[in-house]
Design a protein around this ligand. Structure first.
Ligand code: GLC
Length: 466
């Protein structure tokens, strides 16, 4: 009996893994693919990290980094008044940059809520600003046709029943200055946590977390993405699925918004439906990530500079070339890019972010066709040196992004007989091509690219394939 069952499980092609896995819900791989379709087509979104930390303006982890108590931090709540906040303007900028969806921090680790929650007083409606920031944001972004996502921090450094841990502002001194530094359990640390967490009932926080997630998924209409952040069960005194009761949480999320897409930070990697996509942070993987030999959905999240929240004095901003390269590279490996803006405490985008978005938009406007609905090219194609390639499977077109422009010509291997037509994407101007002149390369094509680089940050050649 058991043997037959195992065999049956094995035979149901494409879905074997699902059968042997623990499950949050029943969904086939095909159904998942369909549910993810708008997102894989979109490829490019905006992350927004905004909270009280925009006022100290020195990283969204400032409360923990500087080991501030709730009392120390209260001054930011008392004066929070982003008088220039105009989410329509943000949405327009996102759209113009070519972004198709956006994810905003409804609550970050500091515990402050951008929405009018029934379950706390620690929210934007009780600051001098006085309004439900999230509601205004959702309406604005939706009206610009962007898909809507909420980031919700599993951490909470303000809630009275959220216990201190190695990442917490009130972590044990043995954890040192850096939040999260690894230590071994010892008596002193043990005693410290016992003392500081005395009287705290984490179950009360757990209920709060579930209530708030339910709240943001019921009070704001259709939500397209939820970004839960994050778990660290690997650390001594860390937190993970049992602390968040992630299984119950995810079941609720799936029930409330069955179409929603969920990131992978609730510590449910071994559950089918426990997450939808992986989230490499600040880096693009070397290859399309795989789990058990199968390619997975993924999204790199990245900042313009070295911080997610507004950081006035941080000056390591990426160049336009680097940012556009990131959009191309993620697409070329079958992933998405969620590019972050940290608005100021006045409620506007920093001028550097505005400039960067504008330049990206300029490029996307004429080259977006090589990004949207595109993915990794079939293995057969090899990107010429100094280029990255993407592929649109529906249109059967290949895109060569010339990141390192060389004058005169460009060689593409194994392309003889495979190309119907070639043009620059930004102006639809023909690019002539011919068989390689050297008989050593009988299968290769040479494109006659102009000697002068076109006036585009990264020129793209569009190939209509046979
Ligand atoms: C990390 C950080 C957090 C940021 C997030 C974005 O988890 O804790 O500040 O929101 O990365 O991926």
């Amino acid at each position: 009996m058991k043997k037959t069952l195992v065999l049956l499980m094995f035979l149901i092609s494409g879905n074997q893994l699902i059968f042997s896995q623990k499950k949050i819900w029943d969904e086939t791989k095909e159904e998942k693919k369909e549910r993810m379709q708008w997102w894989t087509d979109a490829r490019f979104g905006m992350f927004i990290h905004w909270g009280l930390y925009a006022q100290p303006a020195r990283h969204e982890w400032v409360k923990s980094a500087e080991k501030m108590t709730n009392e120390d931090y209260q001054k930011y709540f008392d004066v929070f008044n982003p008088d220039l906040y105009n989410p329509h303007d943000w949405a327009k900028q996102a759209k113009k940059a070519g972004m198709k969806y956006a994810v905003i921090t409804a609550k970050h680790h500091e515990g402050f809520n951008l929405f009018d929650s029934k379950f706390t007083d620690y929210k934007s409606t009780n600051t001098p600003y006085g309004k439900d920031i999230l509601r205004e944001w959702v309406e604005a972004f939706r009206s610009e046709g962007l898909k809507i996502g909420f980031y919700y921090s599993l951490f909470d450094w303000h809630h009275p029943h959220y216990t201190a841990d190695p990442k917490h502002p009130l972590r044990a001194p043995s954890h040192g200055k850096e939040p999260g530094s690894v230590i071994q359990k010892n008596k002193e640390t043990e005693n410290y946590y016992k003392k500081i967490n005395k009287g705290k009932d984490f179950k009360i926080y757990q209920d709060y977390l579930h209530n708030q997630v339910r709240e943001i998924l019921t009070e704001y209409g259709k939500i397209d993405v939820i970004w839960l952040d994050f778990s660290f069960p690997e650390l001594q005194y860390g937190k993970g699925r049992d602390d968040w009761d992630s299984v119950k949480l995810l079941k609720m999320v799936r029930k409330l918004q069955p179409h929603i897409l969920v990131n992978n930070r609730a510590d449910l990697d071994d559950y089918w439906g426990g997450y939808d996509f992986e989230t490499p942070e600040q880096k693009i993987p070397e290859f399309w990530p795989e789990v058990d030999g199968e390619k997975v959905y993924w999204e790199t999240c990245a900042t313009f500079s070295g911080s997610w929240g507004y950081y006035r004095d941080e000056n390591t901003w990426k160049t336009n070339h680097e940012l556009i390269s990131m959009i191309i590279e993620t697409t070329s490996k079958g992933g998405n890019l969620l590019l972050n803006v940290g608005p100021t405490a006045r409620g506007s985008f920093d001028y550097r972010a505005e400039n960067a978005l504008e330049k990206i938009g300029k490029w996307m406007k004429v080259n977006g066709r090589s990004i949207y609905e595109c993915t990794q090219a079939p293995n057969f194609w090899e990107a010429p040196k100094g280029t990255m390639i993407t592929y649109n499977p529906k249109k059967n077109r290949l895109y060569i992004h010339i990141t390192d422009y060389k004058t005169g010509w460009l060689k593409l291997d194994n392309a003889v007989g495979k190309i119907k037509y070639a043009q620059f994407l930004h102006d639809n101007s023909e690019i002539k091509f011919r068989k390689h002149w050297d008989s050593k390369y009988p299968n290769d094509i040479v494109f006659d690219t102009p000697n002068i680089k076109p006036n585009v940050e990264i020129p793209v050649i569009e190939l209509f394939l046979n």
